[in-house]
Design a protein around this ligand. Structure first.
Ligand SMILES: [Zn+2]
Length: 348
C-alpha cells in the first residue's frame, strides 16, 4: 500500500510517499481503509525523533483514524466489514486495575497509534477491535478526523476532570490551536465565560469569531493582570495548560482558590518552577491528562453532533502534501485543524 512515511528522523522533507508493507491483521484486529486523518503536534515529534515510543523505520506518523472496515479478524464480534468507524488512538493492556475500570488512558502500560504501531498517514491501518467506536452518522469523516484526538482531549479535560458548568470561567492558553479552538467552542457551548490567549494579531481575528469573552496576548507581561482584572480579582475556575514551562506560574497566579490547572502539553518546556506556598495556601489543583477513553470519545462526538460543534478548519489537504503542512505547523502559521484526505493515496 501507499503511505506517507520516513526512513530517518528529521525535518518535514523526510516525509515521502512510499510503498510499504500491507498491514496483516490478527484475530482480534480489523483492517481499516483510511478516509481521513489530521495533523497533530505529536506527528511533528514522531517525525523528528523527539516522541517517546518504539519505532521501526520506515515509520508512518498519524494518530487520528476515520475510515471503513475492510476486513475483520476471526474473533472480532461487534463490528463488521463496511462499517464507518473511528478508533481511539490509545490502547491499554486490558489487565491492570485502570484498564479493568475503563480508564485506559491511565493504563500502567498504555500504547499509542504511531508511537507503538504504524500511524494513519496511510491507505490502510490495523487496530484492535477494542479501540473502535461507532461515530454519530451525521458527522462528516473530515470533522471526525479533526475531533478524535484534540476535541476528545478537551472533552476529558473540561467535562470529566473540570466538571465544566455555566457559572465557571475557563482560561484557554494557545486558543488558536487545534485543542485550544475546540476548548473555546466547547466551553462557550456550556455558556461558561472563556478567556483565550493568542500569539499574533492574525490569530486574534480568527479566534474573535469563536466568541471568547476576553482575548489576551500570550506573550504579553500584562496578560496575567488583564485576566485577574476581568474576573474582578477572583481568578478563573479552570486553566487549560498546553504551554507549561514558565507559563505554569502564570496559570497558578490567575487561578481562583480551589481552581484547577489541567495540563496536557509542554510547548514551552517540560520543567516548571512553581511557588509551592502560594499553591497550597489557595487549595489549588494541578491535574494531568492525555487522550480520552472510548466512552469519553463517544460522548464527546454525540455532544458535538447535538450541539453543532465543528472544528476550526485551516485546510482540508491531500495527504501527499503532509510535509508542507508539517513545516507550516513548525512555523506556528496554522490555526485550528489541518485535515488530510487519505483517499488521494488510493488514487496514486
Ligand atoms: Zn492496563
Amino acid at each position: 500500500m501507499k503511505a506517507i512515511a520516513f526512513e530517518s528522523f528529521g525535518p518535514p522533507d523526510v516525509l515521502k510517499v512510499m510503498d510499504v508493507e500491507d498491514p496483516k491483521i490478527e484475530d482480534n484486529e480489523v483492517l481499516i481503509k483510511v478516509f481521513n486523518t489530521s495533523l497533530n503536534r505529536l506527528d511533528l515529534l514522531v517525525r523528528s525523533g523527539k516522541a517517546r515510543g518504539q519505532f521501526t523505520l520506515p515509520h508512518i506518523p498519524g494518530q487520528d483514524i476515520v475510515g471503513k472496515i475492510e476486513k475483520v479478524g476471526s474473533s472480532v464480534k461487534n463490528f463488521t466489514e463496511g462499517e464507518i468507524v473511528v478508533a481511539n488512538p490509545l490502547w491499554g493492556c486490558g489487565k491492570c486495575e485502570f484498564c479493568l475500570s475503563g480508564n485506559e488512558t491511565m493504563c500502567l502500560n498504555w500504547k499509542g497509534v504511531s508511537l507503538h504501531s504504524k500511524g494513519s498517514y496511510a491507505e490502510y491501518i490495523k487496530v484492535y477491535e477494542k479501540m473502535l467506536i461507532r461515530p454519530p452518522k451525521r458527522l462528516s469523516t473530515v470533522d471526525l478526523a479533526a475531533m478524535i484526538l484534540t476535541y476528545s482531549t478537551v472533552w476529558r479535560a473540561l467535562v470529566t476532570l473540570g466538571n465544566l458548568r455555566s457559572d465557571m470561567t475557563v482560561m484557554v492558553w494557545g486558543a488558536s490551536g487545534g485543542v485550544g479552538s475546540f476548548a473555546v467552542k466547547l466551553a462557550k457551548s456550556f455558556n461558561a465565560k472563556v478567556i483565550a490567549s493568542v500569539g499574533s494579531d492574525f490569530k486574534r481575528e480568527i479566534i474573535k469569531k469563536l466568541g471568547p469573552d476576553l482575548i489576551v496576548d500570550t506573550y504579553s507581561d500584562k496578560a496575567v493582570n488583564e485576566i485577574i482584572d476581568f474576573t474582578e480579582g477572583r481568578g478563573v475556575d479552570i486553566v487549560l495548560e498546553i504551554f507549561s514551562g514558565a507559563n505554569l506560574n502564570c496559570s497558578i497566579q490567575i487561578l481562583k482558590p480551589g481552581g484547577k490547572i489541567i495540563v496536557f502539553g509542554v510547548l514551552q518546556g517540560i520543567k516548571s518552577e512553581i511557588d509551592v506556598m502560594y499553591f497550597y495556601r489557595r487549595d489549588l489543583r494541578i491535574l494531568g491528562t492525555h487522550h480520552a477513553n472510548n466512552w469519553e470519545i463517544l460522548k464527546a462526538l454525540e455532544y458535538a453532533d447535538k450541539n453543532n460543534i465543528k472544528p476550526l478548519v485551516y485546510d482540508v489537504a491531500d495527504i501527499k502534501n503532509a510535509s508542507y503542512y508539517h513545516k507550516l505547523m513548525e512555523e506556528n502559521k496554522i490555526y485550528g485543524k489541518v485535515i488530510f484526505d487519505n483517499t488521494k493515496l488510493h488514487e496514486t
